[in-house]
Design a binder for this molecule. Structure first.
Ligand code: PMP
Length: 330
């Protein structure tokens, strides 16, 4: 019999799939690393298990302890999943702009969710930041992973995601492209690929237009999970060879094409990363092998990116119902 001891063992070892129609007009082989097949549905399962393992080893998280983290999305799911398997309590702090569906996903895994108003200053006692600090102080046995500064966030990608890519491409990868949020993925995978290839593999970040990584000021954008308005310490800018900024319109157009033409129902940051990968691939040759990481699935975005009225309300649909900008890449 062949089976996992628990769902935690199913994290990682995600597959690579060749992009077909979307990459038809570029010379290199473009391979997508599909992270939604992780049990919690995203790349963030990897950092959850590594951050928890390390906190157990250091004694920061003890039996019966409580994980407290301001997160509303994929990191929360990963943490909740590992926590329930190991008997920890989870409290997540979410701004009120986070949809009820997303909060219910966290509750479904057994986490407690505290909702805070978005429209208050960071130093207001009811703010997202104040409440999470207070909960860490007041909850006995509390531990805050803090994915933005936790070195085990990039370290998880150094020991799992990076080696998997190297192994599955037989060391033939020439370029790695990924979106940058906390910076954990690009820093960990990028560092591993640089180390193992003697600096040969090029590491390219994809960033929403307006975010700090591509020189913006943190101006709002709609793509979720990527871009920042500050520089997290999980991000190591020395591994990045370049950053490509992608508009919301292009990110969403490519996201819709991934579902319709490649059978990959994925999130908006995946469309953004693929848009950047295709732009890069357009300048490369048939000797190159580009790997682009797709962080999560598309089910959480059905009422946004995959909704025509929502897309139209932001001017992202043309009159014939095609997502605008996507065609530019053909
Ligand atoms: N896409 C999505 C949907 C995410 O949740 C995240 C994580 N914030 C990223 C991309 C970026 O990954 P990282 O934090 O490792 O930079």
């Amino acid at each position: 019999m062949r089976y996992a001891q628990s769902v935690v063992e199913l994290i990682g070892n995600t597959p690579l799939v060749k992009l077909g129609p979307l990459a038809a007009d570029v010379a290199p082989l473009v391979l997508a690393k599909v992270e939604y097949v992780n049990p919690g549905g995203s790349v963030k399962d990897r950092i959850a298990v590594k951050m928890i393992d390390a906190a157990e080893q250091s004694g920061a998280l003890r039996p019966g302890g409580t994980i407290v983290e301001p997160t509303s999305g994929n990191t929360g799911v990963g943490l909740a999943l590992v926590a329930q398997q190991r008997g920890y309590r989870c409290i997540f702090i979410c701004p009120d702009k986070v949809s009820e569906d997303k909060r219910n996903v966290l509750r479904a895994y057994g986490a407690e969710v505290v909702v805070c108003p978005t429209a208050v200053a960071p130093d207001d006692p009811t703010s997202y930041y104040s409440v999470s600090d207070r909960l860490v102080r007041e909850t006995p046995g509390a531990w805050k992973p803090d994915q933005y500064s936790n070195p085990n966030n990039p370290a998880s990608h150094y020991v799992s995601t990076g080696p998997e890519i190297w192994r599955d491409t037989d060391g033939k990868i020439t370029h790695f492209v990924t979106g940058v949020g906390t910076g954990g993925t690009i820093s960990g995978v990028g560092r591993y690929l640089k180390d193992v290839s003697g600096g040969r593999v090029q590491v390219i970040g994809a960033d929403p237009e307006g975010s700090v990584y591509s020189g913006g000021t943190g101006r709002p954008y709609l793509v979720e999970g990527v871009g920042e308005d500050f520089w997290p310490s999980a991000y190591d800018p020395t591994v990045t060879d370049g950053i490509i900024a992608i508009s919301d319109a292009e990110s969403f157009a490519v996201t819709r094409r991934l579902a319709r033409e490649e059978g990959l129902l994925v999130g908006g940051s995946c469309g953004m990363a693929v848009a950047a990968a295709l732009r890069l691939a357009g300048r490369l040759t048939a000797d190159d092998v580009v790997v682009v990481l797709l962080p999560d699935g598309g089910r959480g975005y059905l009422s946004k990116i995959f909704s025509d009225p929502w897309m139209a309300s932001y001017g992202f649909l043309s009159r014939d119902g095609e997502a605008t900008v996507g065609q530019v890449l053909r």
